[in-house]
Design a protein around this ligand. Structure first.
Ligand code: HEM
Length: 448
């Protein structure tokens, strides 16, 4: 896809006019892939504003590792998201972000995260029991996975305190978590305009604050020794300044973690189960691995090193269906990528969906082949050709937790149930906040 040019100050190639209808019809990541195939690794197109799409792993490395202040999150997407996330890790920037990342990193270190396996397994067990008691039946897999991952992230944050308000919280988060470039989302930047959607938004945000602040207060007042994430955030002290976080900052981090940490993992799981159902020989090999290592018992975090094929499958599934399909940045200065000039103050689109199908880095890119991630196979591949969790200083803080939960949930469910997509139900990708099935994923459950 590389149409490299050596001359300086050359504007990247791109379509003479932006085919908005085609972009919407085929979905933005598919459209961006078509552009990359036609025009190369650096493409310019004029949407509502000029967009520079960068799909060369080396240029992507430059953008993501230099990060702030050269490449910022000062984009319309992040402005809209921050109306809910406040100054949580995803939307924060500069010194304030660096301080928060230092404070929160230990909570997401592998030692700490591995201890979440008990919560992951008990939440999964409850759902499995539900399915068992309903007999062989049709379920909406995407919703069930969302139920599991929401309960996991909220229990790791708040312990059992969340249970009473969990259903209400899910409804509120669904209303708040819409694609930032949708009109009703954009209107949130103008809260004084009295539209019905702004009214609903304000009410939902207010109720979310009430719930989260009361849960934080309950943790402060609690004399029992508990050790969930909110307890750790309340105790966290910056080693450089000796300071902790104020309540508003904890609210913003908690809301950010709930939103960033549940739909991502649930779409990853949904597509993995779907791909397994379409590739019986791969599913069989995985079932054999699980049987050999676990022999029917519930997996723990310590078992995962013995289950390499399971990890490969999750990695390959996120290659084809990266839950975070696009990453946006704004350039502060003028840049030169592969000989093309990208002016200062440009909107830059990095699209894992496109990188993960780059023909220079992936043989037969549309094929589901977990062996691409077999030991040694990744060594010769450019490290920035595969970015499900982003990279550089702003890489996903929850990557370890996400990998742990996805592997444990699959290892628990797959030996018990065969999941078959319901015949006739359309399966199509929708690039919303995450890359999800447009019409949901209806599957038939059969006990093994
Ligand atoms: C399969 C699941 C997940 C995927 C694919 C994913 C993907 C990503 C990606 C690509 C980024 C970087 C975005 C950018 O550079 O603009 C990111 C950031 C982030 N993720 Fe995840 N994520 C997942 C799960 C989680 C979980 C479980 C949590 C926490 C419970 C989490 C919390 C965050 C946070 C807080 C950030 C912002 C980090 C920062 O800027 O310092 N994510 N995630």
């Amino acid at each position: 896809m590389d149409k490299n040019s050596t001359s300086s100050r050359v504007s990247p190639p791109g379509p003479p006019w932006h085919n908005m209808l085609e972009a919407i019809r085929s979905s933005p990541p598919v459209y961006l892939l078509q552009l990359a195939k036609k025009y190369g690794d650096i493409v310019k197109f004029q949407g509502a504003f000029p967009v520079y799409s960068v799909s060369n792993p080396e240029s992507v490395r430059e953008i993501l590792t230099k990060a702030w202040p050269e490449f910022t999150r000062d984009t319309i997407d992040y402005k809209v998201i921050s109306t809910v996330f406040g100054k949580g890790l995803v939307t924060n920037e500069g010194e304030s972000w660096a301080r928060q990342r230092r404070l929160m990193q230990p909570v997401f270190g592998s030692k700490s995260v591995n201890g979440f396996d008990t919560i992951i397994n008990s939440v999964t067990q409850n759902i499995v029991d539900d399915w068992k008691s309903n007999g062989n039946t049709n379920i909406w897999l995407d919703r069930e996975m969302s139920r599991i991952t929401f309960q996991i992230v909220s229990r790791t944050l708040f312990g059992a305190d969340i249970d009473e308000v969990a259903d209400e919280m899910i409804d509120i988060l669904m209303l708040l978590n819409i694609h930032p470039l949708r009109l009703d989302a954009l209107l949130r930047l103008f809260p004084y305009i009295p539209t019905p959607s702004n009214g609903r938004f304000k009410a939902a945000n207010k109720r979310l604050d009430e719930i989260v602040y009361s849960l934080i207060k309950a943790h402060e007042d609690c004399t029992n020794e508990s050790d969930d994430i909110v307890d750790r955030l309340l105790k966290a002290v910056d080693p450089e300044t000796g300071e902790g976080m104020d309540k508003k900052q904890i609210r913003d981090e908690v809301v950010t973690l709930m939103l960033a940490g549940h739909e991502t993992s649930s779409t990853g799981l949904t597509w993995t189960f779907f791909l397994l159902s379409q590739h019986p020989e791969i599913e069989k090999k995985l079932l054999e691995e699980l049987e050999n290592v676990l022999q029917g018992r519930t997996p723990e975090s310590g078992d995962l090193t013995q289950l390499p094929y399971l990890k490969q499958i999750v990695q390959e599934s996120m290659r084809l269906y990266p839950p975070v399909w696009g990453i946006a940045r704004r350039s502060t200065n003028e840049n030169n990528f592969r000989g093309y000039t990208v002016p200062a103050n440009s909107y830059i689109a990095i699209t894992p969906y496109v990188l993960h199908r780059h023909p220079d880095h992936w043989v037969n890119p549309e094929m589901f082949d977990p062996d691409r991630f077999a030991p040694g196979e990744s060594k010769s591949r450019h490290p920035y050709a595969y970015l499900p969790f982003g990279a550089g200083p702003r890489a996903c803080i929850g990557a370890g937790m996400a990998m742990l939960e996805m592997q444990l949930i699959i290892a628990q469910i797959l030996p018990l149930f065969k999941l078959t997509p319901t015949k006739g139900h359309p399966i199509e990708m929708e690039a919303a906040v995450t890359l999800k099935p447009r019409f949901g994923m209806k599957v038939n459950l059969t006990r093994r």
